[in-house]
Ligand binder design. Sequence first.
Ligand code: FES
Length: 151
Amino acid sequence: MVEPVSKLPTRSPTHEDVPIGRLSSMGLELEEIASDDVVDIVALAELAEDRGRPASHYIAAVSLATELLIGPPAPVAVRVCVGVCQRYGALDNLDHLVARKSKGFVIVPVSCLDQCDKAPACEIDGAHGKLVIAPTTAASLDEALDELTGS
Ligand code: FES
């Protein structure tokens, strides 16, 4: 579930949340293609394409409607807030990450990163430590991932 947040950006929301009922039904679809509680990102993207929905909606469902993880594991984890950050473009950033089709990082959707006032927020974890990017843009993700994954 989306956790309550105590602070929000001063600018107006630009996006709407994916309704929780829809996330729940997508979560059930994901459980059908998961193996050992892990759903492969390629299989998730194919499912999204088959259903005519953005991959980002399924990734949000992983965090908000299931106990699943996205795989395969990778040395760099991109933790993307899909909580209230949805209202500030978090899902567009997720679709950008999926479109990169890069090796070397795994997407980890989370319900809050405690950076709500700088939404949309993400955090890149790996051997370099922890890099918080907030607000996140496609360009800032590309710059960080090019540097940290060499891809
Ligand atoms: S809702 Fe708190 S960081 Fe996104």
